[in-house]
Design a protein around this ligand. Sequence first.
Ligand code: SAH
Length: 229
Amino acid sequence: MRIDIIAVFPEMFEGPFTESIIKRAVNKGIVEIGLHNLRDYTTDKHHKVDDYSFAAGAGMVMMIEPVDNCISQLKSQRDYDEVIYMSPDGELLDQPLCNQLSMKENIIILCGHYKGIDERIREHLITKEISIGNYVLSGGELGAAVLVDSLVRLIPGALGDETSALSDSFQDGLVSPPVYTRPRNYKGWEVPEVLLSGNDKLINDWRLEQAIERTKVRRPEMYENFKKS
Ligand code: SAH
């Protein structure tokens, strides 16, 4: 998979993309990430990427030209399955959407800033808009980092068996059961007896029961769907 990210502050990705699973996936060649500084695509001598809104006093808006230049240049190099804009009013990111996007070959992610981007970019250049939640961030970079992390860990080979994505919350329509590690007894706080039984069937039954119970309490709407399936 190739992911090209267009941003005003591409340095913000340095932390999230240079550690742990994403770093390993990049090193293994499972994913290729291109970072593009929008300021490199402006014809303005001060590298300006924003301008005043036509609605006076409404704040600064990201201009269409640098975004169009950058997207055009990327598209001249390869075909893209999606051109995504990170937006608070976009489709809410959830596990089914992550699964779907993780199967794409090439995607572009545009990070907004200021008051947002010129609407014509959304109308003519963007194919999908994604929100990471019903709250407003200062810029799209943090949202894009969340999106990329959630996609990369789903690409086969990104995770080792011990952290397999298939057993994570939401993959089977349930949240995860609780997990424990040594010591068996810490200050009198015990690990559930069944996990020490060595009986795989009993342990698996217990884990499923716990997952169902947790889902019922923490995600009632998900539990209703699980019951129906
Ligand atoms: N005025 C806009 C918010 C702009 S916030 C509005 O009220 O809708 C600046 C940028 O941060 C946006 O362009 C977007 O790229 C990003 N952003 C903010 N909140 C986000 C969210 N919940 N999910 C994804 N991106 C978000």
